[in-house]
Design a binder for this molecule. Sequence first.
Ligand SMILES: CC(C)(COP(=O)(O)OP(=O)(O)OC[C@H]1O[C@@H](n2cnc3c(N)ncnc32)[C@H](O)[C@@H]1OP(=O)(O)O)[C@@H](O)C(=O)NCCC(=O)NCCS
Length: 174
Amino acid sequence: MSGRTRVEDGRVRIRAREPGDAAAIVEVLRAIVADGRGAVMRPEDVPDAARYRERLQESEGELGLVLELDGELVAEGAVSRFGGALIRHVGLLSMGVHPSAQGLGLGRRMLEALVEGAAHQGVGRLELYVRADNARARRLYESSGFELEGIRRRFVRLEDGTELDDCIYVRFLD
Ligand SMILES: CC(C)(COP(=O)(O)OP(=O)(O)OC[C@H]1O[C@@H](n2cnc3c(N)ncnc32)[C@H](O)[C@@H]1OP(=O)(O)O)[C@@H](O)C(=O)NCCC(=O)NCCS
């Protein structure tokens, strides 16, 4: 979009996440939750690095990527597969960019890498959930081939009692 900086390819590296990334990923998640926009957790819900490391070890085999900008981990994303044999082709995408690095085109790159990785793993139906008031994320997904499939009404309840709708987006990869 006009007016925003886009960083050069040479400064960006997207790679598979490793258990050793846990502390840096937790930092990204904490910053996103503290920022508030788009979050569905409270800061205290973000696991600590040790617990997150265990989770990463347990979820080996799941598609998980991190993005480094000038060598610093600033974004993470994953596609988790559903469990049942008949819904194994369904993947749930989640991603986040550190607030200090948002608006630079990194989210779009991470999204492209996750979609490519999911297709490679045989995901046919890729879905994601996003708060209805998260206009930035919705613009990104809608311009990347995701279609709004449904609205979960009053799905999110903020600390002050305000209720927000949540959107289900889907993109078919096969
Ligand atoms: C949503 C999120 C992943 C987008 O990543 P990002 O790096 O900020 O976005 P990008 O710079 O790649 O921009 C992608 C698109 O988002 C939209 N966008 C980005 N910055 C924007 C801004 N300041 N104003 C309006 N739209 C914006 C645009 O549509 C943009 O596409 P374009 O650059 O081709 O016009 C990131 O902002 C984020 O992590 N937010 C908090 C957590 C979250 O909402 N996660 C997603 C929930 S599933």
